[in-house]
Design a protein around this ligand. Structure first.
Ligand code: NDP
Ligand code: GDR
Length: 370
């Protein structure tokens, strides 16, 4: 039975990867942060009472900024595999908290690598580093592959660039099995609510159900190569089962503008949109609504641009070439963008229907203190 340690276990990928590894028979340890409220929603269904015998899912308090904590945990757990997924992962927020992002995302990776080295686990523990297509930043070449030069465009991407190279360096300097997965955007119903896809599917569901009138986005022209998180966590595992430690691009090879994702999300529930205007003046209106469950008037404005969501420096176009992973590891994604949008919309409509029932039952959470 193999033992894995997942940092960032409470995040989108941590949750899917935990499920995947548990099904493979692993013992899964995870690092969670202390928080004033429960922050384990995404993995609560995997929780096992610590009083039970043969526990295979075990959470530990910790933080990527605390070396002593990481060293102690790795010593106790003696993992066969570490998946380093913990990060301040929001690109726009990284402009607000650049130093913390550098510490958690950049130095945090060093802390993991160095803990393994210090503890003499170089030959036992394989390490997966969650690298990102944000490393490519300003477009140098399309599609982007393992040989495309990096040009990071945010404090997040710069921190991840340090993490990428320190992983390569520890592999070369100490012979460690440490690999980077350069993953392009991947989404799911578990995606954080402030990333653009989930922001769109939540808002589309709320608007369709009459819980909200309109919503605001930033740059509608940005193009992303969006895949499904389930396909991508499978690849994280495959990367650590490879014969050699290497760096791998994981992507679908197709790119879509944010505007088209909005169209697809609304279309999924029978609402056709018309976009008018350019730049900050662009808006989207309901062109038709064929779904009898939702009563949206033609011409209703549902989306406007708010420049507060523009980034100081943007990544305009991402499209990945995952040929190496496909040819050498046999990775083939099971989901396409249409499947992804369908699943996310289905999940958010269900979730928002709960809000609708509460609202129609007269329950308002804002009245908590009244
Ligand atoms: P999420 O933002 O959903 O999850 C991030 C996780 O990291 C959460 O569990 C979070 O804890 C934890 N975390 C954040 N800061 C710290 C810290 N200082 N110490 C310990 N834990 C911390 O990200 P994803 O699951 O989407 O992504 C996983 C990884 O992959 C990240 O490193 C991300 O940068 C990278 N990546 C993601 C891509 C994507 O499209 N999703 C693409 C390429 C790379 P908490 O729940 O308490 O906030
Ligand atoms: P990204 O994802 O920055 O690619 O990073 P995000 O969904 O935040 O943005 C994608 C694109 O959409 C544009 N956009 C908006 N983005 C957000 N969040 N909110 C908006 O209102 C909005 N309007 C337009 C953005 O400008 C951008 O161009 C994600 C994260 O998961 C990283 O951790 C990961 O490394 C990369 O994907 C690959």
């Amino acid at each position: 039975m193999k033992t894995a340690l997942i940092t960032g276990i409470t995040g989108q990928d941590g949750a899917y990867l935990s499920e995947f590894l548990l099904k493979k028979g692993y013992i899964v340890h995870g690092l969670k942060r202390r928080s004033s409220q429960f922050n384990t929603d995404r993995v609560d269904h995997l929780y096992q009472d610590p009083h039970e015998e043969n526990q295979r899912f075990i959470l530990h308090y910790g933080d990527m900024t605390d070396s002593t904590n990481l060293i102690r945990l790795i010593q106790e757990i003696q993992p066969d595999e570490i998946y380093n997924l913990a990060a301040m992962s929001h690109v726009q927020v990284s402009f607000e908290v650049p130093e913390y992002t550098g510490n958690a995302d950049g130095l945090g990776t060093l802390r993991i690598l160095d803990a393994v080295r210090l503890l003499g686990l170089e030959k036992k523990t394989r390490i997966y580093q969650a690298s990102t297509s944000e490393l490519y930043g300003k477009v140098q070449e399309v599609p982007q592959s393992e040989t495309t030069p990096f040009y990071p465009r945010s404090p997040y991407a710069v921190a991840k660039m340090y993490a990428y190279w320190i992983t390569v360096n520890y592999r070369e300097a100490y012979g460690m099995f440490a690999s980077n997965g350069i993953l392009f955007n991947h989404e799911s119903p578990l995606r954080g609510e402030t990333f653009v896809t989930r922001k769109i599917t939540r808002a589309a569901a709320r608007i369709a159900l009459g819980l909200q009138d309109k919503f605001y986005l930033g740059n509608l022209d940005a193009q992303r190569d969006w895949g499904h998180a389930k396909d991508y966590v499978r690849m994280m595992w495959m990367i650590l089962q490879a014969e050699e430690a290497e760096d791998w691009v994981i992507a679908t090879g197709k790119t879509t503008p944010v505007r088209d994702f909005v169209r697809m999300a609304f279309a999924e529930v029978g609402i056709e949109l018309a976009f008018k205007g350019v730049g900050v003046d662009e808006k989207a209106y309901v062109k038709s609504c064929s779904n009898p469950d939702f009563q949206l008037e033609e011409g209703k404005e549902v989306l406007a641009v708010d420049p507060k969501y523009f980034r100081p420096t943007e990544v305009d176009l991402l499209i990945g070439d995952a040929s190496k992973a496909k040819n050498k590891l046999g990775w083939v994604p099971e989901y396409d963008l249409q499947d992804l949008v369908k699943e996310m919309m289905g999940s958010d409509v269900k979730l928002m229907q709960k809000d609708q029932h509460l609202k129609s039952g007269g329950y308002n959470i804002l009245n908590y203190f009244e």
